[in-house]
Design a protein around this ligand. Structure first.
Ligand code: NI
Length: 234
C-alpha cells in the first residue's frame, strides 16, 4: 500500500507546485510521470451525507485512494466535519450548486447565485481556492460563463436508479479505462459499497485513484475555466 501512496503524494505536490506558479505544466515534466500507469477518477455528487459519506471516506483512506466530491451547498454546514476531513485527506472538493438547481434554462442571475452561494460556504470553511463545478444533470446554458473548470463524466453506472451494488460495480468495471471520470453519488449505501469494490478490483489491475485535477495534470491537460471535462484527456 505504501508503495502506491508515496508516488501519488509526490505527484500531487508537483501538481500543486505547478498550479501555484500559475503556469502550464512544463513539457519536460512528463519524465516525472511513471509511463504506462493507469489513472482513474471517482467522483461523488449530491453529498455530503452523514452515514454514507463518512463510511466512504474510511474506505478510501484504508485503500489510499483519492476522489473528488461535488457538494450541495446547503448540506455543507451540518456536515462541516466531513468536508474538512475530505480536504485534510487529499480529496478534491467541488461545487454542485446550493440546492441542486439545474443551470440550464434558468435565469442567469439565479444560476450564478446557486454557484456563488456554495463557493462562499466552501471558502468560509476551507479558505479561498478554486472549487470546480459539476452542474446538476451535467448541463449549463449555452453562452454562460464560469470562473472555474466544469466536470462531467464518461462512465455513468446510473447508481441512483438501480441502487444495486452488484449492478453498479459491474457497470463501472465493464466501461472503465485509463483516464475515465466515473459518476457516483455518496448518498446511497449501495454506491459506497460499489465504489469500494471497484477500488479493490481496479487497484489489483494496477489502477491508481486520483482526483480530477490530478487526472488532468497526469494527462498533460491544463484546466481552463468554463471548459467541460469528460475524461482525463479533456
Ligand atoms: Ni446531482
Amino acid at each position: 500500500m505504501a508503495k502506491k501512496i508515496v508516488p501519488v503524494l509526490m505527484l500531487t505536490a508537483l501538481a500543486a507546485l505547478c498550479l501555484a506558479g500559475g503556469e502550464a505544466v512544463p513539457a519536460d515534466s512528463g519524465a516525472e510521470i511513471p509511463a504506462g500507469e493507469k489513472y482513474v477518477a471517482l467522483t461523488f455528487d449530491d453529498g455530503p451525507r452523514r452515514g454514507t459519506t463518512d463510511r466512504l471516506l474510511d474506505g478510501l483512506q484504508e485503500r489510499g485512494a483519492k476522489a473528488t466530491f461535488f457538494l450541495i451547498g446547503q448540506q455543507i454546514e451540518d456536515n462541516a466535519d466531513l468536508v474538512t476531513r475530505m480536504a485534510e485527506e487529499g480529496h478534491q472538493i467541488g461545487n454542485h450548486t446550493w440546492s441542486h438547481q439545474r443551470l440550464d434554462g434558468v435565469r442567469p442571475d439565479l444560476a450564478a447565485q446557486e454557484v456563488r452561494q456554495t463557493e462562499e460556504a466552501l471558502e468560509a470553511l476551507l479558505g479561498g481556492g478554486e472549487y470546480w463545478l459539476r452542474p446538476p444533470y451535467g448541463q449549463v446554458s449555452e453562452g454562460a460563463s464560469f470562473r472555474v473548470p466544469l466536470v462531467k463524466w464518461c462512465v455513468d453506472p446510473r447508481d441512483w436508479e438501480s441502487r444495486n451494488t452488484e449492478k453498479v460495480t459491474r457497470a463501472i468495471l465493464d466501461n472503465v479505462e485509463p483516464g475515465s471520470i466515473i459518476l457516483l453519488h455518496d448518498i446511497y449505501p449501495t454506491s459506497v459499497d460499489a465504489a469500494l469494490k471497484v477500488v479493490d478490483r481496479l487497484q489489483e489491475e494496477g489502477y491508481w485513484f486520483v482526483t480530477v485535477e490530478e487526472l488532468l495534470w497526469l494527462n498533460g491537460v491544463t484546466p481552463e475555466a468554463g471548459h467541460m471535462y469528460r475524461t482525463g484527456r479533456g
